[in-house]
Ligand binder design. Structure first.
Ligand code: SIN
Length: 299
């Protein structure tokens, strides 16, 4: 069985932005032959974001595709994983029995981030599959996701800033980003249990990260979870971090994805930040399935 669509070879079309490439000629319902997979994998490491449209896949098929890239990381928010497939985290604003069926805060907080950077071994990559997409009354797609290339952002730093940042480590904290500091309680707010909080101590990661596969350098901080720089007073570190966030998210490094039902995106959490645009609300429903890949200690 092959997944190349009949008479159509797998092809890779890079975006104009320095991040993302659309992959065509693939049907992820089947097994990928090795040549097709190699082409897709090369594009993933080169462009940090894959866009594969027009899929109709089951959780098993999304798991199988993601697993081709490495071991999977199970999410600690057990309340939002598919009971029969704990590898799959639901992201959704749909409310059932008084609570959202998935993690709604990924969109709710609308802050640039990279997934699970507060882990000692942050997740390497994520696949996100669109099952329900919100639309405006006039038929416009809502709930876009914006991506930025932190490879491009690193390349564009001045030599002075590159050498200032070399060797610095930023602190990443699970409970930054308004989760616990925000006392608002609602069906869509994420609450961590004491047990969950205990398991996630603050962690320091290099600000300039070397990609574990390609060796390229990128900037590894994000305003959702990064909270200061080791050994530097906040009066100095916070303005520096703000300057870097503004730099990383300059429009020329970004790509904005307009979702269609059946899209599967896959991004590299080392070299890309993303932002979920929260411009919709019930009864406009959004439902996505996310799977993450285990990562390693950043260096
Ligand atoms: C995420 O933040 O991991 C998901 C982004 C989205 O829901 O658009």
């Amino acid at each position: 069985m092959t997944t190349a669509v009949a008479n159509q070879p797998v092809s890779v079309r890079p975006n104009e932005a320095p991040i993302g490439a659309e992959i065509t000629g693939v049907d992820l319902c089947g097994d990928l032959d090795d040549d097709s997979f190699r082409k897709i994998r090369d594009a993933y490491y080169r462009y940090s974001l894959l866009i594969i449209r027009g899929q109709a896949i089951s959780p098993e098929q999304q798991i199988r595709f993601t697993r081709r890239f490495g071991d999977l990381q199970l999410h600690h928010l057990k309340q939002y994983v598919l009971p029969e497939h704990p590898e799959v985290l639901m992201l959704s604003n749909i409310v059932e029995n008084g609570r959202t069926i998935g993690l709604a805060d990924a969109g709710r907080v609308a802050v640039w981030h990279t997934d699970l950077s507060y882990l000692k071994e942050p997740v390497a990559g994520s696949t996100l599959y669109a099952l329900e997409i919100p639309y405006s009354d006039t038929g416009e797609v809502l709930g876009d996701t914006v991506f930025t290339s932190t490879f491009a952002a690193y390349d564009a730093l001045s030599p002075e800033l590159k050498s200032k940042l070399a060797g610095l480590r930023a602190i990443h904290r699970m409970t930054k980003g308004g989760y616990e500091s925000d006392k608002e309680k609602s069906a869509s707010r994420l609450q961590y249990s004491d047990e969950q909080k205990k398991n996630f101590a603050d962690i320091a990661h290099p600000i300039i990260r070397t990609h574990p596969v390609t060796g390229r350098k990128c900037i590894y901080i994000n305003p959702l979870c990064t909270d200061g720089i080791e050994g530097m007073p906040d009066s100095e570190s916070l303005p520096l971090l703000e300057e870097l966030y503004a730099h990383c998210t300059r429009p020329e490094f970004t790509y904005r994805h307009k979702w269609r039902k059946g899209d599967l995106l896959m991004w590299d959490n080392c070299s890309a930040l993303h932002l979920a645009v929260m411009d919709y609300a019930l009864p406009q429903r959004r439902l996505m399935h996310r799977i993450t890949l285990k990562g390693a200690v950043p260096f």
